[in-house]
Write a protein that binds this ligand. Structure first.
Ligand code: IMP
Length: 448
């Protein structure tokens, strides 16, 4: 069976882009299936840095088709900006990029709504969205009556559709007492019609394309955006994004049934980060947090916001390992921990004096969770040049092994720097797409 998934197990920014880039050479198609231009990933290759948001990093390789499916919300201007940026640096896009006609389109009214409403959350703290209109676009998708899909941009009634939605949105904004200039439907229509012409050669039915591809035995690589803890249904609601960013979203977002997925790689950073609002139980607002932020260059790719940083949270990551159906783990940014006297892993929470390894389903309980830490000795070695697992310092290996034990899956990939070359792959023969590890046992009450 041909599918591999790369899924973030924390709050996003796990450096999945680098891994997707590495795995791309073993695949024919790379699939982005949820989220939108809220995600950002940086790929460093051959001394060049690429910052991409919606277009999969597979676009950097020849012979790979990149597919953006109907589960994604798509801002045409942002896609075109990315295409221009790539082409200006010599990357040929041609027929390598397919965009689903089912993808919902982000309009200026979504961005306005995102900015107007983000501060108003029951409970006080803002979600701290990326301000890209993602939530409002998904809200209109679910609401249906004001939604516009990419395929609609090519229909004869597109102008009327924009006029209708803009009129309704203007009434809504006025009702909210927002002092903003009214939306100009003619200008919006003209802008989006021009975008549509530019994107036309890339737009089509990606669901059928992908179903044909799997049935023909093509190898698919599914690239999750954000992290499992930001999943709309299973994450730290309401401090989440608006799509299924955990492994459960692969089938619904892409239209490819889960039975085609052979290998799920769960990606974690060697520590925790979060950008935006919501609890981060292991957050370190101190010298450790500063170390992680500065060494890990923990500033948002999309918004440049400093990320909140803390110790590795094995309670949270074990939950998402199971939720996302992970077979094996990739631990990224291990080099960032070098130079700390000791390293800590949160292996349980105490909530109201009771110890638990279950990740709470309600945000109020998570807010009260006090991490219980295991402390391991740190290491000072520079890991950036290490290429073999056995060449890692014993203490770094002990740290990785403990993460694997707590999450119940083997650590098969370790990253020690941003470049493709700075990656340690354990036991996998080069070019092999098969997991080097036996699949985890079928879950039972005892091992779940
Ligand atoms: P939205 O996706 O812009 O609605 O933002 C909702 C929450 O998800 C906010 O806390 C964002 O900071 C967070 N978020 C969205 N995309 C990413 C990402 O790619 N990495 C990390 N956090 C993200």
């Amino acid at each position: 069976m041909p599918g591999t998934c790369v899924i973030g197990l924390q709050w996003g920014d796990e450096a999945k882009g680098k891994l997707v880039d590495l795995l791309t050479e073993q695949h024919d198609v790379v699939v982005r299936y949820q989220g939108g231009a809220n995600a950002g990933h940086t790929v460093v290759s051959g001394g060049q840095t690429w910052k991409l948001s919606l277009i999969p990093s597979g676009i950097l390789r020849d012979g790979v088709t990149c597919v953006v499916t109907g589960g994604v919300v798509l801002d045409p201007a942002s896609v075109i900006r990315e295409m221009d940026g790539l082409e200006s640096r010599g990357v040929r896009i041609g027929d390598k990029l397919l965009l689903s006609d089912r993808a919902h389109v982000v309009f200026p009214w979504h961005v306005t709504e995102d900015r107007l409403l983000d501060g108003i959350v029951s409970g006080g703290e803002a979600i701290g969205t990326t301000g890209r209109g993602i939530g409002p676009c998904y809200r209109d998708k679910v609401g249906r009556s004001l939604a516009v899909r990419l395929g609609d941009l090519f229909r004869p009634d597109f102008r009327e559709r924009v006029a209708h939605v803009a009129e309704v949105k203007n009434r809504l904004f006025a009702g909210w007492g927002a002092s903003i200039p009214p939306l100009d439907p003619a200008a919006i229509h003209a802008e989006y019609a021009a975008h549509a012409e530019r994107l036309r050669p890339h737009v089509g039915d990606t669901t059928s394309f992908l179903l044909d591809a799997v049935e023909e035995g093509k190898r698919l690589l599914f690239e999750g955006a954000q992290g499992s803890l930001l999943d709309i249904d299973h994450g730290t609601f309401p401090y989440v994004t608006s799509s299924n960013s955990s492994g459960v979203g692969v089938a619904s977002g892409s239209g490819v049934p889960g039975r085609w997925v052979e290998r799920v790689i769960g990606v974690v950073k060697a520590y925790s980060t979060r950008v935006g609002g919501g609890p981060l139980p292991t957050e370190q607002v101190n010298a450790v947090g500063e170390h992680l932020r500065e060494r890990g260059r923990e500033y948002g790719t999309v918004t440049m916001r400093p990320r909140r940083c803390g110790w590795f949270d094995a309670v949270a990551a074990r939950y998402t390992t199971r939720l996302s159906g992970v077979d094996e783990l990739a631990v990224m940014l291990l080099d960032v921990l070098s130079g700390l006297d000791e390293v800590r892993i949160c292996s349980a929470y105490e909530i109201d004096g009771r110890r638990t390894t279950r990740f709470p389903s309600h945000i109020d309980d998570l807010k009260r969770a006090v991490p219980v830490y295991e402390t391991l000795p740190g290491w000072s070695d520079d890991l950036s040049g290490v290429r073999g697992y056995g060449d890692l310092p014993v203490r770094a290996r002990a740290y990785l092994d403990r993460i694997g034990d707590l999450l119940g899956r083997p650590v098969s990939i370790v990253s020690v720097g941003p470049d493709r070359a700075q990656t340690i792959i354990r036991h996998a023969s080069p070019g092999s797409t098969a997991t080097p590890w036996p699949r985890p046992p079928h879950p039972t009450a005892a091992n779940a």
